[in-house]
Design a protein around this ligand. Sequence first.
Ligand code: HEC
Length: 148
Amino acid sequence: MNFRFRALVLILTLAFAIVGLAACSENAQTDKTPDAHATAAFKAEPATNNGDPAKGLQVFGRMPCLTCHTVSGMGSGDKEAAAPTLDHIGTNAAARVPGVTAAQYIRHAILKPEDLTIPLYHNVMPSFSASLSPTDLDNLVAYLLSLK
Ligand code: HEC
């Protein structure tokens, strides 16, 4: 290895380290409450849900949710770091965005996941707005609400 090459490797290593540190501190310091526009979008969803949780479980089973999420130990546990578990989402959803009900939060998460701002996670979830009928969506939300 000649000197110039080694110097280049050193500079690149330092550059990546600095970018990495910047990304970490940004993650630690960012306020994770969605902005006013996104919060209004969560609140525009129906506040309650009359779906059928048993039918929702069937919808959940045929959608690709478990490739990223886990529920009761089912799903890709090794990807746990990439997506939050949906265990207790029926309870946790009520506390995610101030003034937003669990039903509103879960429905909007499925339709417009880019509005999600959960600490430590990135916006990689695709929207399922085009792949769910209104009834399937109601039932899927009911199933997730039942995961207390
Ligand atoms: C490609 C991976 C991926 C797929 C597929 C996926 N999700 Fe997600 N999901 C995520 C990630 C990552 C987050 C966290 C997003 C963020 O913070 O921006 C998330 C967040 C959520 C949340 C909010 C969780 C919380 O704790 O607040 C819900 C609800 C949810 N997903 C439901 C679903 C459902 C239902 C499906 C299937 C229809 C699904 N997801 C499919 C990756 C995925």
